[in-house]
Design a protein around this ligand. Structure first.
Ligand code: SF4
Length: 381
């Protein structure tokens, strides 16, 4: 028997906002193709073109020293352990130089919650990088890191964000969101609470910076927690308008304490459904990003027909989810190929979603795109 979700999809397609009961019904439904078709339609209306964007940037994890324990994390090392590291400015600059040589426009820099790094440490880092690379975009530090600065320096979130902005920060990644519901968060992590994560984001947006928002599900959460997460993101976006994109992905279990306990992982269908429902429920967020790094290139590509309009980064370096088993790699030509074969034109963008056009970029494509219309007819049938 088919789920009776069509009235909900009709509502979304008519431009009406979905409530949390409707969101729950969609996530509980098995009719994921129908949900995907509606999400694809809304995505084409919201980002009206045949373009899928991607970014060339690099994850730099400046330290693996971390003061808290997250049972889903395989990256952190406790302070004082022998295999801890903190990158020097020279090491960070070397990585930025390599990124620029590949056509990169920015860096996503995050680290563990170091017990000794106060606001001045972060300001020095940003000032030095901004002085050396004035047009290179600094997309750095997640809400848990900002909360850690607050604990160490005793400053409120808004003051911290104003100072980091003045030092050269362009935007804040939405990391550390996991599931924004303390019933789940407190079971798996001692980092910042739901309220603290959301309040950091409010402060980020208040000082005029943008950020992304994320969700990592499959950490012992149920559908009701995922719905509350989406609702909280949508509520903050109604207040501030500062989220550029929403990026859901599934927990990567290898080498983690939690991975040994979790018996049922989210499936590919759970992932695609989450992408599609995010597109339908988060009616105030422009971009939904496919997480090919965690889901694999082929599922990431499929997400482009389930409401995602952005393929994320070519990922020159990543240490956090790869430590937990997500080892997919792709260079720019491969990512462009996946986008083209999904029926879209690949387009490089920067952190602010401005298009970046580099001379000769088309020459790395070995064939033309599959026209979108051809695929659409197949879907409409
Ligand atoms: S997820 Fe982040 S905060 Fe949690 S243990 Fe890992 S590095 Fe630390």
């Amino acid at each position: 028997m088919r789920d009776n979700i069509q009235p909900i999809l009709d509502k979304a397609l008519a431009g009406e906002r979905l409530n949390t009961d409707a969101c729950t019904a969609l996530l509980e439904s098995n009719d994921f193709v129908r949900i995907g078709l509606a999400a694809d339609e809304i995505r084409l209306r919201k980002n009206p073109s045949d373009v899928v964007t991607y970014i060339i940037d690099r994850n730099i994890n400046y330290t693996n020293v971390c003061n808290v324990v997250c049972t889903f994390c395989a990256f952190y090392r406790r302070p004082g352990k022998p295999d801890t590291y903190v990158h020097s400015i020279d090491e960070i600059c070397k990585r930025i130089d390599e990124t620029i040589a590949l056509g990169g426009t920015g860096v996503l820099m995050q680290g563990g919650l170091h017990p000794d790094f106060n606001i001045e440490w972060y300001e020095d880092l940003l000032r030095t990088l901004h002085a050396q690379y004035p047009t290179f975009q600094l997309h750095c530090f997640s809400p848990p890191e900002i909360h850690n600065i607050h604990l160490i320096s005793g400053l409120d979130y808004e003051t911290i964000m104003r100072r980091l902005k003045d030092a050269g920060l362009n935007s804040l990644p939405g990391g550390g969101g996991e599931i924004l519901d303390d019933e789940v968060r407190k079971r798996v992590s001692t980092k910042c609470t739901t309220q603290e994560w959301l309040d950091v984001m409010r402060a980020v947006h208040k000082v005029g910076l943008i950020s992304t928002a994320t969700m990592m599900f499959g950490i012992g959460d149920r559908i009701e927690h995922r719905v509350r997460h989406l609702e909280r993101i949508r509520d903050v976006q109604d207040e501030t308008g500062g989220f550029t994109a929403f990026i859901p992905w599934t927990f990567q279990r290898e080498n983690t304490a939690l991975g040994r306990k979790i018996t049922q992982e989210p499936t590919g269908i759970d992932y695609l459904k989450m992408v599609a429902v995010s597109r339908l429920f988060l009616d105030n967020i422009q971009h939904i990003q496919a997480s090919w790094l965690t889901q694999g290139l082929k599922l990431g590509q499929t997400a482009l027909r389930f409401g995602a309009d952005d393929m994320g980064s070519i990922m020159i370096e990543e240490n956090v989810v790869s430590a937990a088993g997500a080892n997919t790699c792709a260079n720019e030509a491969e990512l462009r190929y996946q986008i083209r074969e999904a029926g879209f034109k690949p387009q490089q963008r920067d952190i602010l979603y401005n298009y970046v056009d580099r001379d000769g970029i088309d020459q790395i494509d070995k064939s033309d795109s599959t026209p979108l219309k051809k695929l659409s007819v197949a879907f409409a049938d």
